[in-house]
Design a protein around this ligand. Structure first.
Ligand SMILES: C[S@@+](CC[C@H](N)C(=O)[O-])C[C@H]1O[C@@H](n2cnc3c(N)ncnc32)[C@H](O)[C@@H]1O
Length: 283
């Protein structure tokens, strides 16, 4: 088996929508190749560095949530798990019955609360890459001031379509840096053997910015990388706009600014080409 093949975690082929039904089927059919049957060693090491046991922790796309077990055993009292797969959530509810772990059967992107820490363990790589801008914005908005995302990101491009979907350090940096201080963003040395050398350990602290300065818009009319460049350049000329990131299928656009950048002002920046439309923010 090629090393890259070994990293493929889901058996069901791509092309299916990666929705609740898809993930539920994975659990029903025991097609859970990503499951390590143990707390992720780098995440465990990170947890060991945390001091406040009452911090509010979210684990999105938690799967069998070995990290939550470890947190609980180590006295953390405020842990929330979210997963979209009903079969999995039912088994988690049994496993953690009577234990101080909150379990939500929900789409992460629909969740709206505040946390101090989001633990990332093969959730980012499981979502459609077109949702990466949405993930970054969502995490920003879910975090309290000074809150962090910590965990693992694949630093490898897979030959086959995912999930898992891979990626590159430089691209993640472009995506996250406008909103987060990248406190750790390096090759992970403590990955499990079959992921060794292919993961980054990240610790990203939310920048001290107003929620209004991180906005995700639905877009229409952007159809190619040329349009993407044009729209980006025009928006970057708008006062206060620090970064513009358009997702991989050109349907969502993330704007980070250092002062209010109202929708009307952004629309005006694009007004000489009526093809390009920005619609109300939804995050
Ligand atoms: C590759 S698995 C990883 C599970 C676990 N983190 C682990 O490492 O074992 C991805 C998980 O994300 C869940 N998931 C996928 N999309 C989701 C979404 N939009 N909201 C919440 N959970 C989601 C799936 O049901 C699945 O449990």
């Amino acid at each position: 088996m090629e090393p890259k093949d070994e990293l493929q975690c889901c058996v069901t082929t791509c092309g299916l929508p990666l929705n609740a039904n898809y993930w539920d089927q994975q659990y029903q059919n025991n097609e859970t190749g990503w499951d390590m049957n143990q707390v992720s060693p780098p995440v465990k090491n990170y947890i060991d560095t945390l001091s406040g046991k009452a911090i509010k922790i979210l684990i999105p796309g938690c799967g069998n949530a070995y990290e939550a077990e470890y947190l609980m055993e180590n006295g953390f009292t405020n842990v929330t798990l979210i997963d979209i797969a009903g079969t999995l959530v039912n088994s988690l509810r049994e496993k953690f019955s009577g234990k101080p772990i909150r379990i939500l059967h929900q789409d992460f992107f629909e969740h709206n609360e505040k946390y101090d820490l989001i633990l990332e363990q093969t959730f980012f790589c499981a979502i459609n890459p077109s949702l990466r801008e949405r993930y970054a914005a969502k995490c920003f908005h879910l975090l309290n001031g000074g809150g962090k995302i910590a965990g693992l990101l694949f630093n490898i491009e897979f030959e086959r379509d995912g999930p898992p979907f891979g990626g590159k350090r430089e691209d993640y940096q472009i995506l996250f840096e406008p909103m987060f201080h990248l406190e750790q963003f390096d090759k992970c040395e403590t990955s499990i053997p079959k992921r060794q050398g292919n993961e980054l350990f990240v610790e990203m602290k939310k920048k001290n910015m107003s929620a209004d300065w991180v906005k995700l818009y639905r877009t229409t009319g952007i159809t190619c990388s040329g349009c993407k460049r044009t729209v980006t350049q025009k928006l970057l000329k708008t006062e206060g706009v620090k970064s513009v990131s358009i997702n991989s299928d050109f349907s969502e656009l993330l704007v980070v600014s250092n002062q209010p950048a109202p929708l009307e002002v952004l629309r005006n920046a694009l007004a000489d080409d009526t093809n390009y439309q920005l619609n109300e923010t939804f995050i």
